[in-house]
Design a protein around this ligand. Structure first.
Ligand SMILES: *[C@@H]1O[C@H](CO)[C@@H](O)[C@H](O)[C@H]1NC(C)=O
Ligand SMILES: *[C@@H]1O[C@H](CO)[C@@H](O)[C@H](O)[C@H]1NC(C)=O
Ligand SMILES: *[C@@H]1O[C@H](CO)[C@@H](O)[C@H](O)[C@H]1NC(C)=O
Ligand SMILES: *[C@@H]1O[C@H](CO)[C@@H](O)[C@H](O)[C@H]1NC(C)=O
Length: 302
């Protein structure tokens, strides 16, 4: 065995590490805006990072472990986003459903949220175990409705959780199916109902029992007309200037533009970087190969 074997081993080891690092390099210089949170795609007008997406939607989403929709009343888990239909389904983990009874808390949106991403008309709120003095049983009776042939009483009959109301009082406590506006203008305390649940896609629930309803809140958002399409077509990501709130087309980690990524300059910088990375990678691989040959010559087997 040749005496310089430890030295060759060291070099080969270092080179392998260097090669690995260079292969990883492109992902380290990734764009400023994360476009996924877990397995959930985050696209315009939404953004997770500062200055990404549309300014109106700034800080609405939070990507901690999962994607959350942040409102003044709390963080709600995002279950799905439909970018074609412009809808987001969120879930209030503290809300009651057919299988679990949990004390109410209000679902409160900010004025901006209510203006640009309100609950969709096919999301209904079911107020349960209301006192006989509740406004929705008296003066505001007209705010309650039956949907797709369903009555509130069905919930008390079909759901293990809501059956409890019936068992405890031996009567059927009043309840009310209503739209978001009712809970927007009257808090649960004013409404005087001890629990609530919400159901979405109510149009499709004709003849479907409460056990199979979709529990959650569907929000319907409007996309600001800011020229994002043009930016995306040029390969950019839509964002905004955090100070001026003006639209920014993010072209690369070092270049922004106001409207779109100019084909000339941007591709040039992009290409230069890619080319030099490829050159470096080739060089290192070549070196590794050369050292491999040397090691082979010296009968060193790794
Ligand atoms: C994001 O949401 C999680 C889960 O609700 C919460 O614990 C965390 O504090 C939020 N982060 C921010 C920055 O608001
Ligand atoms: C139903 O509402 C009444 C007040 O109207 C309350 O005392 C009772 O505890 C509620 N039932 C349940 C099961 O929470
Ligand atoms: C809902 O249906 C029930 C049973 O059919 C009926 O008694 C009730 O008046 C209806 N409520 C409304 C608001 O239409
Ligand atoms: C590009 O815009 C984003 C979002 O406003 C910002 O975070 C970033 O610093 C800008 N980059 C440059 C090079 O101006």
């Amino acid at each position: 065995m040749p005496s310089h074997e430890p030295f060759l081993l060291l070099i080969s080891n270092l080179l392998q590490r260097l090669a690995l690092l260079l292969l990883l390099l492109p992902s380290l210089t990734l764009s400023l805006c994360r476009d996924f949170c877990g397995n959930m795609a985050v696209k315009y007008p939404f953004g997770i990072d500062d200055g990404c997406g549309a300014p109106q939607f700034n800080k609405m989403l939070n990507c901690s472990t999962d994607l959350f929709f942040q409102t003044p009343s709390g963080n709600y888990k995002v279950q799905s986003i439909d970018y074609d239909k412009h809808t987001v389904v969120i879930y209030d983990p503290a809300m009651s459903t057919c299988s679990i009874l949990q004390p109410h808390h209000d679902f409160v949106m900010s004025e901006v949220q209510y203006a640009i991403i309100p609950p969709s008309p096919d999301t209904i709120f079911s107020l349960l175990n209301c006192s006989i003095d509740s406004p929705v049983l008296n003066h505001y009776k007209s705010l309650c409705f039956n949907f797709s042939g369903h009555t509130c009483d069905e919930l008390y009959g079909a759901c293990t959780s809501f059956r409890l109301f019936h068992l405890l009082s031996n009567t059927t406590p009043p309840c009310c199916f209503t739209g978001y506006n009712t809970v927007k203008y009257m808090s649960m305390n004013i409404l005087d109902c001890s629990h609530y649940t919400s159901v979405y896609n109510t149009d499709g629930l004709k003849g479907v029992g409460p056990l199979d309803w979709l529990y959650g809140i569907k929000l319907s958002y409007s996309v600001p007309d800011s020229g994002c399409e043009r930016c995306e077509r040029s390969g950019g990501t839509c964002g905004f200037d955090v100070e001026t709130q003006g639209m920014v087309c993010i072209c690369s980690s070092t270049l922004n533009s106001t409207r779109e990524c100019a084909s000339g300059s941007v591709t040039a910088t992009g290409e230069t970087r890619t080319r030099s990375a490829v050159l470096l990678q080739t060089l290192v691989l070549l070196l590794v190969a050369v050292y491999g040959v040397i090691l082979y010559d010296h009968d060193v087997y790794l």
